[in-house]
Design a protein around this ligand. Structure first.
Ligand code: SF4
Length: 707
């Protein structure tokens, strides 16, 4: 739908998981200015530099305008017909597990929902994973183990209302800038609020910290195991809360105390000052209002799930959960990382927080979809999926709105896999990504300001992204592309949607299917929105799930009543034996850490086109401690090269004492268009957390040399 030639439209930012409300000023089918929406609960009028530059990244010269078949323009019927025929032939010969979809946290919930429905219910395989696997798969499993379902208990207000805020593996200032602005403002108003940062790097976030603990990479769970033991030794465990609401305390404490019996032991494991460790332990123990924020430094790890549970254990043991200013808080990366989780965007999930671990859930979803080919076991997670493509087991893959040839670990192998694959389909708004260049079929998709649907941010808040501009050329919305593909495969009757509200209603109805108890145990429940009118959907105000008859205006905090989403309604403390990353550095290596810079988003396909954003950092670099500059014969300001296996990353050497000795940091954004020899993720080892499949992006031993 399009709007009047001149208007102001309230919508949602399409970049990070903060999910800020944006007021876009539109003239002549163009966004000419944006500002923060004062009414949106996520940002209350604030925006970061990426959000406030949204209008500058609209008219990309790289915009894909027409379907392409083997490098030549084609019409939609020809392109989709070719893709459908190849899918059908491959499935007929090799079975449904020989095809795959790889999706993205950039997709809207409605897009995500029908892609999952098509793959899991109609094509008949759960080989559908997403770049959210690279982002927060660890937090999903940690939540499920502790709470019975994947649910973030708190809300952004808790970050302002707390007395002690502990940020773990989270450079919020760069990765979630409006969250950082809210925290910084709260600290300004209440300087007594204590802020602690646990991060091997001294990041920009440390500017507002009272304590920065530059812990050894990957040692987070040692720190929190030590904290649990400290809480017990100093009588700060809330035994009444534990007795009433939790299982597993004794076993969890035994595991923690055996491994990390004292704060000094924790300091030794984490390689930080014992006095600082004890100071943070005291802060946690002596304040009721404590929030522990965790992000990619915890999640992107070969033990990310355990790290998440180690910190959640401390909140459960002290009852610091479900109350204003007291909660563990996973902050997600992408605009719709949580929405993807809600519709079952991961290969081991189904829909509406149901999973493959319960045959009743499979039957329930099958019945609801009237699915003829229901997938009955979980599919391959991202790293395994691209390995299966490389090995020829998966012969057709459709990549939607993401660029795995740059972002996957061992990205060089992913490129080889895509080159060898019989059929690669890419649908995206940009036509010249490294992944699109390897595709047989490239399909033009609409993007922010053109597409219409919902996203869910880090505090469970569902917001509308408004479609108010006409997509250029022949671009279609992702849900339309998937529905047309489904029709071409012969499933038109089940994908006959005319508007995204119809998909949203179906998704909402599925969240509440069957009896109230089983729906409540899933956590995600938006039953009260199942009959939403088109007009109400068009005007949907941000709302935090669950949204039910009992909570028609949404739910700010979960677990305030001590009732969790497990069958017995009790939370679980999970025994954790902390372990360090799998690979240690050899004497001639350094540990490479990857992450975001302030003004770029993912592989720069949008943000790279705005001069203002590129002006912040305009080339790949390597943060190196001065001792390592001397040790490896590097020169500040000169180029150096990082190497791992056959892959290289060239970057300018930036001397900084914010790095620990023996560790370097590189931005993850650069790729083929901007710097083809500086793809950081190509150097990342494809080592994953065995519980969730999330790769270890934060810890890759690499060689470093002058160029
Ligand atoms: Fe957009 Fe995130 Fe910035 Fe908010 S903080 S404006 S959601 S990029």
């Amino acid at each position: 739908s399009t709007i009047a030639p001149s208007a102001t439209v309230n919508t949602t930012c399409c970049y990070c998981g903060v999910g800020c409300g944006v007021s876009a000023e539109v003239k002549d089918n163009r966004v000419v200015a944006v500002k923060g929406n004062q009414e949106h609960p996520a940002n209350l009028g604030r925006l970061c530099v990426k959000g406030s530059s949204l209008h500058e990244t609209q008219a990309s010269p790289d915009r894909l305008l027409t379907p392409m078949l083997h490098g030549k323009p084609a019409d939609w019927d020809a392109a989709l017909g070719f893709a459908a025929e190849k899918f059908q032939d491959i499935i007929a010969e090799h079975g449904p597990d020989s095809v795959a979809f790889y999706l993205s946290g950039q997709l809207l919930t409605e897009d995500y929902y029908i892609a999952n429905k098509l793959m899991k219910g109609f094509i008949g395989t759960a080989n559908i994973d997403t770049n959210s696997r690279l982002c927060m798969a660890s937090a999903v499993v940690a939540h499920k183990r502790a709470f019975g379902s994947d649910a973030v208990p708190g809300c952004y207000e808790d970050l302002e209302q707390t007395d002690v805020l502990i940020l773990v593996g989270s450079n919020t200032a760069y990765a979630h800038p409006v969250v950082y602005q809210r925290i910084a403002r709260a600290k300004e108003l209440r300087p007594e609020m204590q802020i602690v940062v646990l991060d091997p790097r001294r990041t920009a976030t440390c500017e507002i910290a009272d304590v920065h603990l530059p812990i050894k990479p990957g040692s987070d769970a040692f720190f929190f195991n030590g904290l649990l033991q400290y809480l017990q030794q100093h009588n700060h465990v809330d035994h009444a809360y534990v007795a009433a609401h939790c299982n597993g305390f004794d076993e969890t404490l035994a595991a923690a105390s055996q491994q990390v019996p004292t704060p000094t032991a924790a300091a030794d494991f984490c390689e930080v000052n014992p006095k600082d460790v004890e100071r943070v332990y005291r802060l946690f123990a002596e304040h009721d209002k404590v929030v522990t924020v965790f992000s990619q430094g915890v999640n992107q790890s070969s033990s990310g799930v355990d790290k998440g549970n180690a910190l959640i254990n401390c909140h459960l043991a002290t009852g610091k959960i479900g109350k204003p200013g007291a909660t563990p808080f996973s902050i997600t990366g992408q605009p719709n990382a949580m929405g993807g989780r809600e519709v079952g965007g991961l290969a081991n999930q189904l829909a509406a927080h149901m999973g493959y671990d319960n045959p009743e859930s499979i039957e329930r979803v099958e019945r609801f979809w009237q699915a003829p080919n229901m997938a009955r076991r979980e599919g391959l997670k991202a790293v395994d999926m691209f390995d299966a493509i490389h090995d020829g087991k998966i012969k057709a893959v459709w990549v939607m709105a993401t660029n795995p040839a740059v972002t996957m670990p061992d990205a060089g192998k992913v490129r080889e896999a895509l080159k060898k694959c019989d059929l690669v389909v890419v649908s995206d708004c940009i036509g010249n990504t490294d992944t699109a260049k390897l595709a047989d079929v490239v399909l033009p998709a609409s993007t922010w300001s053109e597409k219409h649907g919902t996203v869910t941010n880090s505090e469970r808040c569902i917001s509308l992204q408004q479609g108010f501009l006409q997509p250029p050329g022949e671009a279609l919305h992702d849900w339309q592309i998937i529905a047309r593909f489904a029709a071409t495969l012969g499933f038109a009757k089940h994908f006959n949607y005319r508007h995204p509200v119809e998909i949203f209603r179906e998704h909402a109805a599925l969240s509440a299917l069957d009896n109230t108890d089983s729906a409540a145990l899933r956590g995600f429940n938006i039953a009260a929105l199942a009959n939403i009118s088109e007009q109400d959907y068009q005007n949907l105000s941000p709302i935090q799930w669950p949204v039910t008859a009992d909570a028609p205006k949404g739910t700010k905090r979960l677990f305030a009543d001590g009732q969790f989403f497990t069958a017995d309604r009790r939370a679980r403390l999970v025994p954790v034996t902390a372990r360090l990353p799998e690979k240690a550095a050899l004497p001639n290596q350094v540990i490479m850490n990857t992450g975001r810079i302030r003004d770029q988003w993912h592989t720069m396909s949008r943000t790279g086109t705005a001069a203002k954003l590129l002006g912040h950092v305009d080339e790949p670099y390597i943060d190196v401690h001065p001792d390592d500059i001397a040790r490896f014969g590097l020169c500040a300001g000169d180029l150096a090269v990082l190497k791992n296996r056959g892959s290289v990353y060239y970057g300018r050497v930036k001397p900084t004492e914010s790095q620990r000795v023996g560790e370097v940091f590189v931005p993850m954004h650069w790729n083929g268009k901007y710097a083809s020899s500086s793809c950081a993720d190509a150097l990342v080892n494809p080592i994953v957390d065995p519980l969730c499949g999330q790769p270890e992006f934060k810890h890759s031993p690499v060689m470093i040399k002058p160029f």
